[in-house]
Design a protein around this ligand. Structure first.
Ligand SMILES: [Zn+2]
Length: 259
């Protein structure tokens, strides 16, 4: 025989577990908000770094092209001095050719510098936008983290209270049964113990045969719904007892379900 108060304990334990599972789920979910924001931030940082690297490369390129153009100009003035001192037409033509090639090269480099500068200017403003945006994202995440930490603290406190209640009730429920019951509460939307009312399990609405209902009612041990595995107890309210009519019960319903 079991003490009928065990059902009340199980209902209390079920409420405790439901609260505990809900809070644990919240604790798991809260950091996920930040995780996805951090992922976005990380991607933005990566593309910022790529742009920054490209910017530095272009800057270096412009720098070396400017160096090259200065060299060409120096050469040019040297040749211009030489051309005044030439003695033959052949020498004159050779220097003149060199000066022309030099000029063409200088023009090419000037165009390249202009293009690279335009690109560095665009990249610079792009990079500035990125920096501003990254800063905003980081601030937002930091604020969100603060908010989450406060929330987590609150949940932890609530959980502590619930775990104390759990620790008080657990010794009154056998360990083997407790694990089974916990699993049912977790898997069956917080309902691990349900009443038999009107001849059926109020967890899954399976119609139960009268013999089975009588067994549950006898309280010789704890019974489970053969369909949904929830712990069953008989609802002893007068209305319920009145509705029990053995002749109306049909065993075929009971056996048609897989256990
Ligand atoms: Zn059931």
């Amino acid at each position: 025989m079991i003490d009928k108060s065990v059902y009340d304990k199980l209902i209390t334990y079920q409420d405790i577990l439901t609260d505990k599972f809900r809070l644990e789920e919240q604790m798991d979910d809260l950091p996920k908000i930040i995780a996805s924001k951090n992922e976005v931030l990380l991607r933005a940082k990566k593309s910022y770094l790529t742009k920054h690297k490209r910017f530095k490369q272009l800057e270096e390129n412009v720098h070396s092209l400017e160096k090259k153009i200065n060299e060409l100009r120096l050469e040019k003035s040297e040749y211009e001095e030489k051309i005044n001192l030439v003695k033959t037409q052949k020498e004159y033509e050779a220097i003149d050719r060199t000066l022309k090639t030099n000029k063409e090269r200088e023009d090419e480099i000037s165009i390249q510098i202009m293009q690279d500068r335009r690109m560095t200017d665009d990249l610079r403003s792009d990079i500035e936008d990125y920096e501003l945006n990254l800063k905003q994202q980081e601030e937002e995440i930091s604020k969100e983290q603060d908010r989450i930490n406060i929330e987590l603290d609150k949940i932890k406190k609530e959980l502590d209270v619930i775990k104390k209640k759990e620790a008080e009730i657990v010794p009154e429920i056998g360990d083997d049964f407790r694990y089974k019951f916990e699993k049912i509460v977790k898997n069956k939307e917080g309902k691990g113990i349900v009443a038999i009312t009107g001849g059926y399990c109020t967890g899954c609405f399976l119609v139960l045969p009268p013999e089975y209902i009588n067994k549950v009612r006898s309280n010789d041990k704890i019974y489970f719904c053969p369909n949904c595995s929830r712990t069953l107890y008989f609802d002893e309210s007068p209305d319920n007892i009145f509705t029990i009519n053995d002749e109306e019960m049909d065993d075929s319903d009971f056996f048609s379900f897989d256990e």
